[in-house]
Ligand binder design. Structure first.
Ligand code: PLP
Length: 393
């Protein structure tokens, strides 16, 4: 392994959300942070060096995206996912979450319906509700320990006011990497009902070995024609603070509408260091991602075997991608408030409460396992000790 994922890094002094907001979000600082989706691994050297090289120039003025930006993204998407959207389909944007809100504004009117599939990444809800659209839930269903989409429920909930489906692929927090058959079925329903698919594929490079991510827009030309995809190198390479996301819209009309909204809010100015970092990441990052996912799979196995042996009441949904685990504490005899109090004040761990992801997350918590194995093991022992103490009370 060329990269050092075991290295323990002190992030306390770096104004990190994950560390420096612990007290605000969880009420205390002395917690192992296993929440926000960034990683406790060093940002790869080739990205840091790329940015450092740009800083050798004495001026950081207003910038435009170079041709290399588009070519590098196209090469990455082709090599990783065998998808080659045209250069002009790629739109740079400062964050996927702002892109979700812009898409809501671009493709629907107030009171229109937008569908989400909870439990799901919570900014999906906010981007819809804060813009005065109706949130329609098409919950995932748990079938033999694996989450699936409920297509019958989806069809039943669609009406003439339904304008968009906000789709998470791979799915945060349940870790599903959707199969071709599932994507085809979903696309078919949306095509038939003239519903735009916002396919958030920010986790698409973080795939476990036995699985394969397929971009929704690569399913068929018809699917591409109704899909707007959001992507970023930020999760993949641990550069969330770099703010360098993108939207891909192959349909010219859809793209035009999105660009109009982006222009209304003047949200197209380039972040030169983000663009430089993105190019460095996608040009040099294949080996790094392979090694990263090997490490994440090992971490997953550590959690899986620990829970099986020591804490069998906690049920683990087997992830197919992402570095986020979805843990079911429903057999542990606590309500959501008690569970959160227990994890924070007894185990001293900061996990995202499941209910942040919708009411379907009640009794669950999301655990980020992108951290050195030594700390992960420490966190598991803290969890076990807290349960032992609870049981002996
Ligand atoms: C599904 C999903 N979309 C978007 C984001 C955030 O994207 P950005 O930082 O580009 O706004 C995250 C971060 O956790 C995520 O999990």
């Amino acid at each position: 392994m060329a990269y050092q994922f075991d290295k323990i890094i002190d992030r306390q002094t770096s104004h990190s959300v994950k560390y420096d907001m612990l007290e605000e979000k969880f009420g205390r600082k002395d917690l192992i942070p296993l929440w926000v989706a960034d990683m406790d691994f060093e940002t790869p050297d080739f990205i840091i060096q790329g940015i450092q090289k740009r800083l050798e120039h004495p001026v950081i003025g207003y910038s435009i995206k170079p041709q290399e930006y588009y070519q590098t993204i196209q090469d990455w998407l082709w090599q990783k996912h065998q998808w080659k959207p045209a250069h002009e389909a790629i739109i740079g944007i400062g964050g996927v979450v702002p892109a979700l809100a812009l898409a809501v504004l671009a493709f629907s009117e107030p009171k229109d319906k937008i569908i989400v599939q909870p439990p799901v990444y919570f900014p999906f809800f906010e981007s819809i509700l804060r813009n005065d659209r109706q949130l329609v839930e098409n919950p995932l269903k748990l079938v033999n320990g694996r989450y699936e989409m409920d297509f019958d429920d989806l069809i039943a909930k669609i009406d003439e006011h339904t304008k968009m489906l906000m789709f998470c692929s791979p799915h945060n927090p349940v870790g599903r990497v959707w199969t071709k058959a599932e994507l085809e079925k979903l696309a078919q329903i949306c095509i038939e009902n003239k519903i735009i698919i916002l396919s958030d594929e920010i986790h698409s490079d973080l795939i476990f070995k036995a699985h394969k991510h397929i971009p929704m827009a690569a399913i068929s030309p018809q699917a591409a024609a109704i899909t707007i995809t959001t992507l970023a190198p930020t999760k993949t390479f641990n550069v969330a603070g770099m703010i360098s996301s993108m939207v891909i819209a192959e349909n010219e009309q859809i793209r035009h509408k999105f660009l109009q909204k982006q222009a209304d809010l003047h949200l197209f100015v380039d972040n030169v260091l983000g663009t430089t970092g993105l190019i460095a990441a996608y040009k040099n990052g294949h080996q790094w991602v392979t090694e990263l996912m090997d490490y994440i799979e090992c971490n997953y196995k550590i959690v899986e075997s620990f829970l099986e042996k020591e804490l069998p009441n906690i049920k683990l949904t087997k992830p197919e991608g992402t570095y986020l685990l979805w843990l079911d504490f429903n057999q542990c005899g606590m309500n959501d408030q008690q569970l959160q109090d227990f994890l924070v004040n007894k185990a001293r761990l900061a996990l995202n409460p499941g209910i942040w992801f919708g009411e379907q997350g009640s009794g669950f918590a999301r655990m980020n396992i992108a951290l050195p194995a030594e700390i992960l093991k420490k966190a598991l022992v803290l969890l076990k000790t807290a349960f032992d103490n609870k049981n002996s009370d």
